[in-house]
Design a protein. Structure first.
Length: 244
């Protein structure tokens, strides 16, 4: 089903077939790692917010039989996600919408929500001339802010439902601040390129309306000295293991 503007790749050692645009960011490690932290059970309903071509939600769906909804503001990415769902023989719902639009998604409806929001704030990065890539990489003037994403997550998940985000490690404080008192039971996993190196990504999971204390899990080392995946990384990236 790929066309001149897209090609097919796979994730989770072939468990997920994914169409991605020839332009824009390519889904990979971040998507698979974020999906691994979603504590979904069979029959739950998962929202992939800012789903792009659907990689995060599809990786959750490959691990456990859930209902899946994806929302993104870019219609061309939603179209690819819908085609990929068909490739995988999954029935999924996709919505074109902005996280600030309160009418786009049902409130207090989803058991879990997961997202990989744009990393950079307006004025802090060189904007790519490719509009699709620019939208995925960072926020331009007028785009939703990180706080808008958190507000949307809080609005749409059920009470005590989970929200999971992957982001730059140096933005962990901003995410926790945005979660505020509306979420608790915060769990954090740091992702380190190699042993002895600082984390460059962080996964943060929290529960709506919970007050339980935070937990910081042992960091995950991604690469051995020779560049190969570590055993822990391979378990997630190839064998669809969950982060628990």
């Amino acid at each position: 089903m790929a066309n001149a503007n897209s090609d097919e790749t796979t994730l989770l050692n072939g468990r997920v077939r994914l169409l991605q645009g020839a332009e824009g960011l390519r889904a990979g490690l971040d998507a698979v790692m974020a999906a691994a932290a979603v504590p979904a059970k069979a029959g739950d309903h998962v929202l992939d917010l800012g789903c792009g071509t659907g990689a995060v939600g599809f990786c959750v769906r490959a691990r456990v039989d859930v209902a899946l909804t994806g929302m993104d503001v870019q219609g061309q990415l939603i179209a690819l996600a819908a085609q990929s769902a068909t490739l995988n023989n999954w029935t999924c719902e996709f919505v074109i919408g902005d996280v600030r639009d309160k009418a786009a998604l049902k409130p207090d409806y989803y058991d879990h929500a997961v997202c990989n929001p744009p990393f950079l704030q307006p004025g802090t990065w060189y904007e790519s001339p490719d509009p699709v890539r620019a939208k995925q990489m960072g926020k331009r003037e007028g785009d939703a802010l990180l706080s808008d994403w958190i507000d949307c997550l809080q609005r749409v998940v059920k009470p005590e439902g989970s929200v999971t985000l992957i982001h730059r490690a140096d933005h962990a404080d901003k995410i926790i601040q945005a979660l505020g008192s509306r979420f608790g039971g915060v769990e954090i996993w740091s992702l380190h390129p190699h042993a002895g190196e600082a984390a460059n990504r962080v996964i943060i999971r929290a529960l709506k309306n919970r007050k339980s204390p935070a937990v910081i899990h042992p960091g995950i080392i991604l690469h051995e000295a020779d560049g190969s995946w570590t055993k822990a990384a391979k378990a997630v990236l190839e064998n669809a293991a969950a982060l628990v």
